[in-house]
Design a protein around this ligand. Structure first.
Ligand code: AMP
Length: 197
């Protein structure tokens, strides 16, 4: 059951209106389905659109932000809850603890760092939570091709590639998140140690 969703997304708005429109749609979907939002706590870019739309529609929004970013005055001051932490690693760990699943919308280094961190934690069995990617306008197509290439070249196991659930439609993506079955890491690590992979 997904009660609290963590969203990673750009501190920029992106080109055109499609990305902001998608952040608004996601916020409305979450409020309508009574799902709480955890996000980076900023008042900029897609993060701001997401938080503001959710708050305006009566949703619960939890921000997690390192001190340094609060001091740079990018913190959203109207959230339901705000957690101020020491640094970026503590932030990612708390965002993961507070959430039942993750979604990434378009973004840049920050978004990709957060996405790949939780994918790696899932792969190692540190967490067992569904992770989705909203592929608006095919924004992530080349990233997905890169992952396929990593499978092709035997750097990434197909079951780990498939941990990343992709769709451009929220209804379908949430269905995938809710029916996700965690990959058991122990077996994979044992086979890796035995040199069978
Ligand atoms: P980016 O994709 O590089 O724009 O970074 C966005 C992601 O990184 C968000 O999910 C945030 O958690 C984090 N982040 C990056 N820049 C900021 C910022 N100025 N304020 C708060 N969080 C940020």
């Amino acid at each position: 059951m997904i009660k609290t969703l963590c969203v990673f997304c750009g501190s920029s708005m992106g080109k055109g209106t499609a990305y902001a429109g998608s952040a608004e749609k996601l916020a409305e979907y979450l409020t309508f389905n009574n799902i709480n939002l955890v996000y980076g706590g900023a008042n900029v870019g897609l993060m701001r659109i997401l938080a503001d739309t959710m708050l305006a529609s009566g949703g619960k929004v939890i921000g997690v932000m390192p001190k340094s970013l609060v001091e740079r005055e990018v913190a959203h001051t109207g959230l339901t809850e705000m957690h101020i932490v020491e640094g970026m690693q503590e932030r990612k760990a708390l965002m993961a603890d507070l959430s039942d699943a993750f979604i990434a919308l378009p973004g840049a280094y920050g978004t990709l760092d957060e996405l790949f961190e939780v994918l790696t934690w899932n792969q190692l069995g540190i967490i067992h939570k569904p992770i989705g990617l909203v592929n608006i306008n095919g924004f992530f197509n080349s990233l997905l091709l890169m992952l396929d290439q990593a499978v092709e070249e035997k750097f990434l196991r197909p079951e780990h590639r498939n941990m990343l659930l992709v769709d451009d439609d929220f209804e379908r993506l949430f269905h995938k998140l809710k029916t996700y079955r965690p990959v058991i890491a122990e077996k994979w690590i044992e086979r890796l140690k035995e040199g069978k992979i």
